[in-house]
Ligand binder design. Structure first.
Ligand SMILES: [Zn+2]
Length: 157
């Protein structure tokens, strides 16, 4: 049996800004409204359900609140240099230089900020709590960067 939460309908959304160095269009700083979708494959417990929808949504909400309204920076991208100064974070991307207040950016330990990378990033962070539910055999997590386009990552327990 499968439990499914649609992030657009359930309000699991966040807005953030990013760029993809080297990409003709996406190399410019731009934003998305993202939605996170969850599918849990598993058995019903003695209460008759796979997981409490509210608990799963709160888990995801805590994860995405960190990303919401931030500039997401892939700290491991080979073409991005991050310089932390007092009161600012500076990015050197090719010939471009961006300066942000530290509170506006989130440095992610990722080689790129793409739907694929973000879905795996969130999956890694959601999986331990989902695995503890005991009766879930697989977590599938989808990250859409707009309606109808996204990436899914999955982990079996
Ligand atoms: Zn984008």
């Amino acid at each position: 049996m499968r439990l499914e939460i649609d992030g657009w309908s359930a309000g699991l959304k966040f807005s953030a800004c990013h760029l993809i160095p080297g990409h003709e269009k996406c190399g410019r700083l731009h934003g998305h409204t993202y939605a996170v979708h969850v599918r849990l494959v598993g058995r019903k417990n003695e209460m008759g359900y796979i997981a409490d929808f509210h608990e799963v949504k709160e888990l995801v909400r805590r994860l995405i609140d960190r990303l919401d309204h931030r500039v997401l920076i892939p700290a491991r991208h080979p073409s991005i240099t991050v310089i932390r100064r007092r009161g600012s974070v500076e990015l050197l991307v090719g010939k471009n230089r961006y300066t942000f207040p530290p509170g506006d950016v989130l440095l992610l330990d990722l080689p790129a900020v793409t739907a694929e990378q973000l879905s795996e990033y969130l999956l890694d962070r959601a999986a331990p709590a989902i695995a503890r539910l005991g009766n879930v055999s697989e977590l599938q997590l989808g990250l859409c960067e707009g309606v109808g386009q996204g990436a899914w990552a999955a982990r079996k327990f």
